[in-house]
Write a protein that binds this ligand. Structure first.
Ligand SMILES: N=c1c2ncn([C@@H]3O[C@H](COP(=O)(O)OP(=O)(O)OP(=O)(O)O)[C@@H](O)[C@H]3O)c2ncn1[C@@H]1O[C@H](COP(=O)(O)O)[C@@H](O)[C@H]1O
Length: 108
């Protein structure tokens, strides 16, 4: 049976819907209720766990930890009132403008 996929955009919508929800019924609501500092701390912890998994060369652990990182990044963005669209726009602005080849072409 195929595993259901969940995109970052869909996850962000679910996370945003937990703002102001009962922290007793939703872990996401509990995190958001703690504020941006605690959300940032959780994100940092998950990032470190991903680094450890990568250093171990454990692909399954990297996959699991990376999913935690993405979830906690989406929660952090929601806590900080930053939209994914703004991140996508920033990535779009960078596309093709900061690569080695492009810099060489510009002579910078
Ligand atoms: N992707 C996730 C996700 N990944 C991890 N977790 C939760 O993270 C918790 C485990 O984290 P830890 O062990 O680090 O934390 P803890 O020790 O339990 O608690 P603290 O350290 O935060 O105090 C568990 O409760 C997991 O269920 C997640 N909880 C929710 N989601 C997504 O968020 C959506 C909304 O879920 P609710 O949070 O239930 O509303 C879900 O449909 C999922 O898509």
């Amino acid at each position: 049976m195929a595993v259901a996929r969940l995109s970052i955009d869909d996850l962000a919508e679910i996370v945003k819907s937990r703002k102001g929800a009962d922290p007793g019924t939703s872990y996401t609501a509990k995190l958001l209720d703690r504020g941006v500092g605690q959300c940032a701390k959780k994100f940092g912890e998950e990032a470190v766990e991903t680094v450890i998994a990568a250093m171990d060369g454990d692909k399954q652990a990297i996959c699991s930890e990376a999913a935690d990182v993405l979830y906690h990044l989406v929660v952090l963005l929601a806590a900080a009132d930053v939209e994914l669209e703004d991140i996508y726009a920033e990535l779009g602005r960078r596309e093709g403008t900061s690569g080695i080849v492009e810099k060489a072409r510009r002579g910078t």
